[in-house]
Design a protein around this ligand. Structure first.
Ligand code: PLP
Length: 371
């Protein structure tokens, strides 16, 4: 069986180092917010090219605390996309802000700046406050355009970087374009914990201080709550092993690109739509997503032949039960979003996937396609 993703392979690849890091924490007696998390925060911020990183419990909290640090208040509008993990929208609603979902560009599957601008103009009666672009599948969203629009309308920007650790655009790492960048270290992500984890990235010392307070009851240095916070801490065990994993992130992302190249070469002759890479972008291929009108048949055929694939995401957020009918959409609708959901397929993609395995997957697809 060829797996679609394989967190265990990511552990086994560096087992000795990870085990040693975990045992160091166990022996230290300090399990929450100690030196491992502090060191990880410094190393992660430096790696990303930002001044501050704050470890939190997961990616959803990273988004929520970013919005709360920006003082997004109940009733204010936050623009994002419907073609994303539910977490993006859930975090907005956790702040009692109002998500407005705009369509994605059909080539890159990320927020379409034109539709964003239309949606902002049509919401001027309400209170537009913030934009959350999602760097989906490892592809940077169109940050120069989105930042220009944000500037023009006076909106804040929080980047959802949960699928794009290390992706770049014009030489600048994602997570450093907006006011804050939110990361997840869920076990299948490019930088993966062995449990839950997340981080917020920012250059602004005040925002950093606020996220730091918000993640622990709103405490100041004297442990007095100065604002209503929550408990959203990254723990020492995850911090220690993330320091190990961070040392291999560059290499892992390069390996993902190598696998993507292999797929691209071997599938070039088919009529499948292969992933676009934005000009001047470094894509980190969290997923390798192809498109076919016959997606369900192709997925079933691969399964019969021992290849697991997944669909990210089969149902756009605005059509899921709890959001259906009540969630607000941008004025130009979600035509691209709705169309691509029936056609996308995520092929096996993780750094330890072997060339032979990616070749088998490609040959099965090309063979199926030729029939
Ligand atoms: C994984 C993910 C999240 C949420 O991360 P968690 O750590 O699971 O809370 C948010 N946004 C996107 C795009 C994701 O892929």
């Amino acid at each position: 069986m060829i797996l679609q993703t394989n967190p265990k392979a990511g552990y086994l690849a560096h087992k000795a180092e990870i085990d040693a890091a975990i045992h160091q924490v166990l022996d230290s007696g300090r399990y929450i917010l100690g030196s491992q998390v502090a060191d990880f925060e410094d190393e992660f911020a430096q790696w990303m090219g930002a001044a501050h990183a704050i470890g939190v419990a997961n990616g959803t909290d990273a988004l929520e605390l970013s919005l709360r640090a920006l003082d997004i208040t109940p009733g204010q509008i936050v623009f994002t996309v419907a073609h994303t993990a539910v977490a993006t929208v859930a975090a907005i609603e956790r702040c009692n802000a109002i998500p407005v979902l705009v369509d994605v560009d059909p080539a890159t599957y990320t927020m379409d700046p034109g539709h964003l601008a239309d949606a902002i103009r049509s919401c001027q009666d309400a209170r537009p406050a913030c934009i959350i672009p999602v760097h989906l599948y490892g592809q940077p969203a169109d940050m120069p355009e989105i930042m220009t629009i944000a500037m023009r309308y006076g909106l804040k920007v929080v980047e959802d970087c949960a699928q794009a650790h290390g992706a770049q655009l014009h030489g600048r790492t994602v997570g450093t374009w907006g006011d804050l960048g939110a990361f997840s270290f869920y076990p299948t992500k490019n930088l993966a914990a062995l449990g839950d984890g997340g981080a917020v990235l920012t250059d602004d010392p005040q925002l950093a201080g606020k996220v730091r307070a918000l993640r622990e009851y709103g405490w100041n240095e004297r442990r007095e709550s100065t604002m209503p916070g929550i408990n959203s801490r990254l723990d020492e065990v995850q911090g220690a092993l993330l320091r190990v994993k961070l040392r291999y992130l560059e290499e892992d992302n390069a390996r993902r690109r190598e696998i993507a190249n292999l797929y691209n070469t071997r599938l070039a002759e088919t009529t499948l739509k292969l992933p676009d890479v934005r000009t001047a972008a470094v894509h980190v291929f969290h997923q390798f997503v192809i498109r076919s009108q016959y997606r369900d048949e192709l997925q079933a055929y691969l399964k019969e032949n021992g290849v697991n694939t997944l669909v990210h995401y089969p149902v756009p957020i605005h059509l899921q039960p709890t959001y259906k009918r009540r969630i607000r959409l941008g004025c130009s609708g979600l035509v691209n979003t709705e169309k691509l959901c029936g056609e996308i397929l995520s092929l096996p993609m993780y750094p330890q996937l072997r060339d032979e395995e990616a070749t088998i997957v490609s040959e099965l697809i090309a063979g199926w396609h030729a029939r």
